[in-house]
Design a protein around this ligand. Structure first.
Ligand SMILES: NC(=O)c1ccc[n+]([C@@H]2O[C@H](COP(=O)([O-])OP(=O)(O)OC[C@H]3O[C@@H](n4cnc5c(N)ncnc54)[C@H](OP(=O)(O)O)[C@@H]3O)[C@@H](O)[C@H]2O)c1
Length: 336
């Protein structure tokens, strides 16, 4: 077992902001999340054990969202932070998804929803401010001007320090346009991006990462292990294993359990053997070596998984090994 105290995660600069944050962030998506069978994926005790382990490794960046566990993720983080010096931690949350049936205003980035939901999440987190407030998804029904002006107001009110844009599909021009409006008006622009990015999922390579570079934005990838695909727990022959939530999802199976991805996994296994690491650690190390990536957000269901993943910070890959992994998936941007 890893000695978490010995890991001592490094701090990295969050894009062009003055903020230093952990090189690996901790994601809380599965805190309080109910499975179809009605079980809670990560209960409060486990959530606090995971946060303890992350803190012991020197981790200081906690990523959450107001919909995780229907709000209980934020409550559990708030309870945990209440016993610590809140100032030592960087906390990010997100707003977008509809929270009341039949109420279209309870979704998106309109002024009413952003203001009300920011107050509600601060209350649950039991804190006066969040370090980063993300829009969880882009809301095409609210103008960029209304959204950026409202977000700027939250920064000016001291409820939010920095603004972020999270996304499922690359949306470079929308972020660039919103930031151009904000800068022209003297409002706070987005400083942080949260896209999906991992060895098997490379959609953001190209315009989106170029835009991030040109705007000086931090890039904090979610699903850095392809929801577990890159950990070696799936095999070409047997496909699914019992020990996984993702295994039940047809979307996961279609996106990740493909011949092309298993070929990529063969190369990942080979490099992992060379550096005496696990596939998960090697996949995370690859992401940390990628130009333009600030800090991946690690998710974990158990403390053992978290320990394994945080140890990726110790793995050194040669340029050649990084290129082999980059090129193993192929595609138009493999060489970037
Ligand atoms: N902005 C967004 O829209 C968005 C979307 C998704 C996530 N996120 C954020 O990003 C964080 C991470 O995303 P993610 O959970 O999808 O990340 P991920 O690292 O790709 O997947 C995490 C899952 O993989 C499995 N796993 C992780 N480490 C493992 C290990 N060492 N060995 C075996 N299995 C392992 C676990 O699930 P099983 O054990 O069940 O297989 C774990 O829950 C989330 O918590 C959230 O904060 C944001």
């Amino acid at each position: 077992m890893t000695d978490l105290d010995a890991l001592d995660l490094d701090f990295v600069q969050l894009g062009d902001t003055g903020l230093q944050t952990s090189e690996l962030q901790f994601g809380t998506w599965r805190f309080g999340r109910e499975t179809e069978e009605g079980n809670v994926e990560i209960d409060e005790d486990r959530a606090h054990e995971l946060l303890d382990a992350y803190e012991a490794a020197g981790g200081r960046f906690i990523d959450t969202a107001d919909v995780y566990g229907g709000g209980v993720a934020e409550e559990w983080i708030g309870d945990w932070l209440a016993e610590r010096d809140r100032e030592r931690f960087t906390v990010a949350s997100k707003i977008y998804w509809q929270i009341r049936d039949g109420d279209p205003n309870s979704r998106g980035t309109n002024r009413k929803n952003l203001r009300h939901r920011t107050d509600a999440l601060l209350d649950r987190l039991d804190t006066d401010y969040v370090d980063v407030l993300y829009i969880h998804r882009w809301d095409d029904q609210t103008s960029a001007r209304e959204m950026m002006k409202t977000l700027n107001g939250l920064v000016e009110a001291g409820k939010v320090n920095y603004l972020g844009a999270s996304t499922h599909r690359p949306n470079a021009w929308k972020v660039a346009k919103a930031n151009a409006i904000a800068r022209a008006e003297g409002w706070e622009p987005f400083s942080v991006l949260q896209p999906r990015y991992n060895l098997a999922d490379r959609e953001i390579e190209g315009d989106y990462l170029e835009m991030a570079r040109s705007e000086g934005l931090a890039v904090c990838p979610w699903s850095p292990l392809g929801q577990g695909f890159l950990t070696g727990k799936y095999s070409r022959e047997d496909g699914l294993t019992g020990e996984s939530r993702a295994a039940e999802s047809s979307r996961f199976q279609e996106s990740y359990l493909t011949e092309e991805n298993f070929d990529l996994h063969d190369e990942l296994d080979a490099v992992a053997d060379e550096v005496d690491a696990t596939p998960a650690q090697t996949a995370l190390a690859w992401l940390m070596h990628r130009d333009g990536v600030t800090a991946p957000i690690v998710g974990a269901r158990t403390v053992e998984q978290l320990e394994e993943n945080l140890s990726a910070s110790e793995i050194d890959l040669s340029d050649k090994q990084v290129s082999r992994l980059t090129e193993a998936k192929g595609g138009p941007y493999a060489g970037l």
